[in-house]
Design a protein around this ligand. Structure first.
Ligand SMILES: [Zn+2]
Length: 406
């Protein structure tokens, strides 16, 4: 089996099914395309000869590949079905280009060019074949490269059987809009010892830390009055909102922080004469830091109530996902094995604390420590997302080797 060809073929096959998620939807999956993709994957596994697949109502597809090594660790891989909606075309037209060092034209009609000047990371892939979109959409390697890796693994196991332990795949909906599918994953149908998401990141990257993430909404009701009779009567909710935002200023903002620093991000403000609403994202790697950020917001709400006693002020805070490292506890075997595999394959490992979340953040909150390894792609959520084919093949080799040593 020509691994590279099978990977690229599967990648194109699943890109052809548009599957953007829709953050406005209130059901899972948030879009029909994700359902269509899950059905396609189930059919493709069925055509190979696998019948232990389960398609759930929310379009999560779980596949079980029974092993013949009972002593082996039960291994799980997770990839998400949706691509992100960042206002680009939902339909993806991939192309394969050879990178020889000069700027590459992604789209003649719209004059979309990618070069080392704007994307210096390209320099590392000199002489390689690279997959790009046509510049009007994301490439969708996030996360269809991972889906292709898993389907290629299934095909390889069917065509060239090797001894292995129990293997499980979960294809989850709506990762990009708050890990909604992974949060609903029924763990009794996914009884694995070691679990990995395959997502994002250049060759060699390993994520074993993500943010703790939450969102806060401050609702303010003021008192309206005509300005001629406003003295000591009118309570302007917009000014209460401004007070609130000003008090967040010194606590870190996304544009001022990096590495392991947390932040508050004011993502939305709405206001009129009688009410206002402020939405804030809360992020911190450290659980204590995250909890104290939440307490800080509570204390601000209390302070604002004292300062503006006639306003009705309500703060609500929702936890969204947690740092995968918190589920690691003393059991770092899953991570050790991943580093061992990278070393076996002579792929230099790069550990990063991801300033975001993965499906692993939701699974780790359920107690299953789930680190992430690379698909090989760069520039997610951008029209300049690209996937060097040798890195893509290496992502597959890591998955295969994890199965071998389980
Ligand atoms: Zn992703």
């Amino acid at each position: 089996m020509n691994i590279e060809q099978v990977l690229v073929d599967y990648f194109h096959r699943y890109l052809a099914i548009s599957s953007q998620s829709d953050s406005q939807a209130t059901i899972v999956p948030s879009s029909e395309g994700q359902r269509a993709l899950a059905i396609q994957l189930q059919n493709d596994l069925g055509a190979m000869g696998y019948d232990e697949t389960k398609l759930l109502d929310n379009s999560t597809l779980i596949a079980h590949f029974p092993g013949n090594k009972p002593s082996a660790k039960k291994l799980g891989f997770v990839a998400h079905l949706d691509t992100v909606d960042v206002g680009l075309s939902p339909d993806i037209k991939p192309q394969q280009l050879h990178y020889s060092g000069s700027p590459l034209c992604l789209n003649k009609g719209q004059n979309i060019i990618v070069s080392e000047e704007s994307h210096p990371e390209l320099a590392r892939y000199l002489g390689q074949e690279i997959l790009f979109s046509d510049g009007t959409s994301v490439l969708g390697a996030d996360n269809k490269a991972a889906i292709a890796v898993m389907m290629t693994l299934a095909k390889s196991l069917w065509e060239d059987p090797v001894d292995h332990g129990d293997l499980y795949f979960a294809f989850t909906p709506d990762e990009e809009i708050g890990l909604r599918g992974a949060k609903e994953l029924p763990m009794e149908l996914f009884p694995v010892d070691h679990c990995y998401t395959i997502d994002c990141c250049e060759r060699g990257e390993v994520i074993h830390e993500t943010f703790n993430a939450g969102s806060a909404v401050l609702n303010i009701e003021g008192i309206t009055a005509h300005p001629m009779s406003a003295k000591n009567v009118l309570v302007n909710p917009n000014l209460v909102a401004t007070d609130f935002i000003n008090m967040l200023n010194d606590m870190g903002k996304p544009e001022q922080t990096d590495g392991r620093e947390g932040y508050f991000w004011v993502t939305d403000i709405q206001g009129c004469q009688n009410k206002a609403c402020v939405s804030v994202s809360i992020r911190d790697f450290d659980l204590t830091g995250y909890e104290s950020r939440k307490q800080y917001l509570e204390s601000l709400a209390k302070f604002l109530k004292t300062k503006h006693p006639k306003a009705v002020i309500q703060l609500s805070i929702t936890d969204i996902y947690s740092n995968i490292a918190q589920a690691m506890g003393g059991d770092i075997e899953a991570l050790d094995r991943l580093y061992q595999v990278l070393s076996d394959l002579e792929i230099p490992a790069k550990s990063i604390a991801m300033r975001g979340g993965t499906d692993g953040s939701a699974l780790s909150a359920k107690g299953l420590f789930t680190p992430n390894f690379f698909t090989g792609a760069h520039n997610f959520h951008s029209p300049f997302e690209f996937l060097p084919i040798p890195s893509f093949v290496d992502s597959y080799r890591v998955a295969y080797r994890l199965m071998e040593i389980a």
